[in-house]
Design a protein around this ligand. Structure first.
Ligand code: BT5
Length: 326
């Protein structure tokens, strides 16, 4: 573990209190100049570190596997975690290192420099203020069932956030608070010669972003949990809850194809069902009434122009309101 991550772990464990240099030295058995160097590196890199008198503290807790481990009572999801200060994209790291990653292993980064959304879009993940995570799965499942994992992940996130606020799901992959996007899911797969080698569930969650951290072009569609709840989010508690819920849905899904427990959460929290939206793909834009989420995880819609009902399974499209994101 790097010295900077050791310092982050120490500061996370005493949050909201801080530590003096002497206390750091006592707790870590590191030399004074090593601690000083690590702290100045963190401050230079714009980690949320505050100085109060002779104490250093965190403005809000940061990702720390040491803090997640005692809270997350899972068998394999998040049992092993690789945390990086900065990655281009946790999904790219997972793809490139798939062979050495175990089923259920999780990649985390304090920051992504080139985070990815769907369809070549980008995902913004400023340092320390959001969760960038990829879960690696190596199951024996049919390729047509992989997209159900997006719904499973969305339901697990709703469960993890339940106590915080009213969270909605915008099919297929957006988590919404107060009609703005607060998290997104991107699933990628690796095949070799027709055999599924692994599934990567990429999830970005806006935890402690202030509105000034949200890029100009996203102000009207993006938000963070902190912005909505006015409370600091502990990313470690949130992830521990998420891992427990994910595993709870995932085990029976893989063994017996049980989907109703998570699909019912998606239906109950859907922001789309019962309303009219534009369904937009590369070639057309059609208004539709949104009826339901089907047992296969698709969106059941009735188009206004033909009055025909169809199940949308492709996620290569956007669902939009009349003038807005939702
Ligand atoms: C997504 O795509 O919502 C999937 C996002 C997945 C991000 C995670 S982070 C960990 C893992 N590693 C990666 O490289 N990616 C995954 P999509 O539905 O295409 O939405 C992308 C759109 O959301 C962008 O075009 C922006 O309009 C908007 N956006 C970008 N950053 C955002 C943010 N931080 N919060 C809310 N909206 C954002």
């Amino acid at each position: 573990m790097s010295t900077t991550q050791r310092i982050i772990n120490e500061l996370t464990s005493v949050y909201p209190e801080g530590l003096t240099l002497d206390q750091f030295i006592q707790r870590t058995a590191l030399k004074k100049d090593v601690v000083e160097l690590a702290l100045s590196e963190l401050i230079n890199q714009k980690y949320p570190i505050s100085i109060n008198g002779d104490k250093f503290g965190l403005t809000f807790p940061l990702l720390s596997p040491a803090a997640i481990a005692p809270l997350s009572k899972t068998q394999f999801i998040g049992k092993r975690i690789r945390l990086f200060p900065s990655l281009e994209s946790t999904n790219n790291y997972a793809k490139e290192n798939l062979a050495s990653l175990e089923n259920g292993e999780v990649i985390l980064a304090h920051e992504q420099t080139s985070g990815k959304g769907r369809l070549g879009r980008s995902w913004s993940s400023p340092i320390g203020k959001s969760i960038s995570m990829s879960i690696v799965l190596k199951p024996a499942i049919q390729p047509e069932n992989i997209s159900l994992l997006t719904q499973l992940s969305a339901a697990a996130l709703v469960d993890a956030l339940k106590e915080m606020n009213d969270v909605k799901i915008k099919w297929p992959n957006d988590l919404i608070m107060n009609r703005k996007k607060m998290a997104g899911i991107l699933i990628e797969t690796e095949f070799s010669g027709g055999t599924l080698k692994g599934i990567i569930i990429g999830i970005g969650i806006n935890t402690n972003l202030e509105s000034s951290d949200i890029p100009d072009g996203l102000q009207s569609i993006a938000t963070s949990i902190k912005e909505q709840t006015k409370k600091v989010v502990n990313p470690n508690t949130l992830l521990a809850r998420f891992f427990i819920s994910f595993e709870h849905y995932y085990k029976p899904f893989v063994s017996t194809h049980l989907t109703e427990p998570f699909l019912s959460v998606c239906r109950d929290h859907s922001i789309l069902i019962g309303n009219n939206y534009w369904v937009i793909n590369d070639t057309e834009k059609r208004k539709a009434y949104i009826n339901d989420i089907s047992p296969s995880g698709g969106l059941v819609v009735t188009y206004h122009d033909t009055n025909q009902t169809a199940v949308i399974t492709s996620t290569h499209l956007s669902i939009r309101g009349d003038a807005e994101y939702i």
